[in-house]
Design a protein around this ligand. Sequence first.
Ligand SMILES: *Cc1c(COP(=O)(O)O)cnc(C)c1O
Length: 421
Amino acid sequence: MSFYDHIQEEDPDIFSALEGEDKREAEGLELIPSENYVSRAVKEAMASSLTNKYAEGYPGKRYYGGQEFTDKVETLAIERAKTLFGAEYANVQPLGGANANIAMYMALLQPGDTVLGMDLSHGGHLTHGHPVTYLTKIFNFVRYGMKDVETGEIDYDEMRRVAKEVRPKIVLAGFSAYPRELDYAKFVDIAREVGAIAVMDTAHIAGLVAGKAVKNPFDYGFDVMTTTTHKTLRGPRGGMILTRESEDLAKRIDKAVFPGFQGGPHMHQIAAKAVSFREALHPSFKAYAKQIIANTHAMEKVFIEHGARLITGGSDNHLILLDASKSFGISGGEAESLLDRAGITLNKNVIADDTRKPMDPSGIRFGTSAITTRGFREEESAEVAKIMIEVLTKRGDATVAESLTKIRTLALAHPIPESFL
Ligand SMILES: *Cc1c(COP(=O)(O)O)cnc(C)c1O
């Protein structure tokens, strides 16, 4: 039986697109570090009748009746999230990571207040104050960055100096394209020194934190964490805001998410979040998180041996940022499309001090969370890195075609597990 029996009958056009996407995900290799494959159980929750239900409000305090089961689902999601991250409070309603960040700003700031966040070209996210976002019309974003791009060390002295000067209300840590662990204690120190709230945007590494493969920012005194649930955490597309201990902050956050910013919660997604959190609490998820990092190290080693330039010199997490211009004499965009033709999906990415334009940057960004779900281990990950180098150095049609065959063979040998289809 197909997952799409009824769509196939009712809507052949959408059916063929869905089938195409399933095939694309199965046959190619997904190296985009913000993507993953969710379990069948997570998909079933997303497809449940809970999508029919309006549940504005929070468990026990809703605007409509009939909340017997929504309350049960949301309470379980909240309790599991708290256990997973060591938080006192959790809001599981944000529709995505951007929504979580916007609600967090609304909860903690007044218009005109200042946020000290990571420079976008050094790995920060759009919602950390990119001029194209509406956020920059409301709040004032000030930057810190790396002191040394070759090691990834953050310039904490400069950060402290700027913090004292601009007196931010939020000191924001976190990134979309930064491969190193942060010195969380220093962030919290600086935040405390200037009376700011310490917030970590854990979107990319939430699964690694949950799987205890990297440090947990709450252990270092961070007040709030925002996150996506669909990246390394391997849940449904969505967001979440966690508060370590302050009930006052948690209350402000709940009000900001609803009614401040969003409408009715997507209860089917919240059920799917709960299912994925239960999966992440299982001991096998720890092994998964650990393997993600082992696989990144296996790829890192091959690239370093080849003499490629990795931003920050390597990686401590699930992602690698590679300077394609310096390493292979091509742009990030050219690297992306060559690898795409060879069955490898990743994305071009701006790198620190990029000499090229943001729309046509020098870097590529890739990661191992999805291939690790497929069961890739160090050996296969190293093999992928070797194939990537072959494609990026030789670049001819014959090499691309040969590499596509190799990638397809690797993908076939490690199909997406049955319980993830
Ligand atoms: C992905 C990401 C987000 C945004 O998540 P969406 O679900 O795409 O809105 C926010 N912050 C960081 C650091 C991210 O990597």
